[in-house]
Design a protein around this ligand. Structure first.
Ligand SMILES: Cc1ncc(COP(=O)(O)O)c(C=O)c1O
Length: 333
C-alpha cells in the first residue's frame, strides 16, 4: 500500500516535481556533446568510425554491450554495468581481452574528446565484439576481442513521453524463450526486440510489451515493464534482462519504506492493471499512458503516471541525487 503521507499531488507537473532526473531528460536538445567513437583506441567523430566487415559483431551479432548515462560527469551504476558486461560475456563463452581499467581509460578519453561536461549529461555505450575471424559460426580459438565506445548526448525523449506517457501494445511477436537465448545476455543481436517494436509502431503504439510463448509478460523492447496490480507494484520475475534501473528502483523504494515485487505476471492478469511504467538507463522511470491488450481492449492510465508511478519517479530521482554525491570519484572527465 502507498502511505498517504508520501503521495504526490496529482496536479503536480513532472518537470518541476521530479527534480534533476527528469529535468535532465527533458533538456537533452541543448546538449553540446559531439557524437564520438573509439574503436580499439582510435577515436574519431561518429561518422568516421570503422570496423572490419569480418568482425563477428557485424557478421553474427556476436558481441556484448552496456549503456550508462552520466550526471555531473558521474556514471550511473558503473560497477553494476561492468559486472553485467562480464556476465553477458560468460553466458556466450566469450573472453574479454581488455581489462576494466583499459575500458575505463578508453571511455574517459572518448568522453573528453566528445566534450562531456558536468552541464551536459552523456550517453555512453561500450561494446565488446568477439573480434575478426573466418566466416564460420563457431568461434575459433585465438580470437581477440575488439572494443567500441560510443559517446553522445542522451536520447532526446520528447517531454510528451513523461507528461502524458508512452503508448504500449502487447504484441503478437513473442519474446525469445530464455532457454533459447537468455535475456540476460545483453548482446548485439536485438532482432527479437526489433520485431516486437516494429509491430508496435506499425500498429500505432510507441513501444511493445512482449509475452513469452506461455503468455507470461517479459519486458518492453529495451526497458523493463512494471504494473500496479491489486494495489501492488510488480515487475515480471523472469524472461527479461535484469535491468539495472529496475534493480535500483527496487532498492530506492525499499529505502523509502515502500514495497515492490518481482512476480510472474500472465497476460490475463493485465486486465486489472491500474498503472504501468517502464525503466531503463536512458528513460529512467517513464510512465505508460495506455496498454493495448491482445483482446483488443486498451487500458488507459493517468496522464503522466498515477500515484505509484509518480512516487517511484520522485523516489528514484532522490536516490540518484544521493548516488551521484556518493560516487564523485567515478567521474569520467
Ligand atoms: C531488453 C532490455 N530490457 C531491459 C533493459 C533495461 O535495462 P537497464 O535498466 O539496465 O538499462 C534494457 C536496456 O537496454 C534492454 O535492452
Amino acid at each position: 500500500m502507498i502511505r498517504s503521507d508520501t503521495l504526490i499531488p496529482t496536479d503536480s507537473r513532472p518537470g518541476l516535481i521530479f527534480g534533476l532526473a527528469v529535468e535532465c531528460q527533458l533538456r537533452t536538445t541543448d546538449a553540446m556533446i559531439s557524437p564520438t567513437i573509439n574503436v580499439n583506441g582510435t577515436i574519431t567523430p561518429a561518422e568516421e568510425a570503422r570496423i572490419p566487415v569480418l568482425d563477428r559483431g557485424f557478421l553474427y551479432g556476436d558481441s556484448v554491450y552496456e549503456v550508462f548515462r552520466t550526471y555531473q560527469n558521474v556514471p550511473l551504476f558503473l560497477e553494476d554495468h561492468f559486472e553485467r558486461l562480464e556476465n553477458s560475456a560468460r553466458l556466450i563463452h566469450m573472453r574479454i581481452d581488455q581489462s576494466r581499467d583499459e575500458l575505463m581509460s578508453a571511455i574517459r578519453s572518448t568522453a573528453r574528446v566528445a566534450g562531456v561536461s558536468a552541464e551536459h549529461p552523456a550517453y555512453v555505450r561500450y561494446q565488446i565484439t568477439r573480434g575478426d575471424g573466418q566466416i564460420d559460426l563457431y568461434p575459433e580459438d585465438g580470437l581477440t576481442s575488439r572494443f567500441v565506445v560510443i559517446v553522445k548526448s542522451l536520447p532526446d525523449w520528447k517531454p510528451h513521453l513523461y507528461q502524458h506517457g508512452v503508448d504500449m501494445l502487447v504484441t503478437a511477436v513473442r519474446r525469445n524463450a530464455s532457454d533459447a537465448l537468455d535475456p540476460n545476455i545483453k548482446g548485439g543481436n536485438y532482432l527479437n526486440n526489433i520485431l516486437g517494436l516494429t509491430e508496435a509502431r506499425q500498429r500505432g503504439a510507441d513501444d511493445c510489451v512482449m509475452l513469452d510463448a506461455g503468455g507470461w509478460v517479459t519486458e518492453a523492447a529495451n526497458s523493463n515493464v512494471w504494473f500496479v496490480l491489486n494495489d501492488e507494484l510488480v515487475t515480471p520475475a523472469s524472461g527479461n534482462l535484469r535491468g539495472l534501473t529496475k534493480k535500483h528502483v527496487h532498492i530506492a523504494l525499499k529505502e523509502a519504506g515502500l514495497e515492490s515485487a518481482e512476480k510472474d505476471i500472465h497476460v490475463g492478469d493485465l486486465f486489472g492493471a491500474t498503472e504501468c511504467f517502464v525503466t531503463s538507463a536512458t528513460r529512467e522511470v517513464m510512465p505508460c499512458a495506455s496498454l493495448g491488450l491482445p483482446s483488443g481492449q486498451t487500458l488507459r492510465f493517468a496522464e503522466g503516471g498515477g500515484e505509484w508511478t509518480r512516487l517511484t519517479m520522485k523516489t528514484f530521482s532522490a536516490y540518484i541525487d544521493r548516488y551521484i554525491q556518493a560516487h564523485q570519484a567515478d567521474a569520467i572527465v
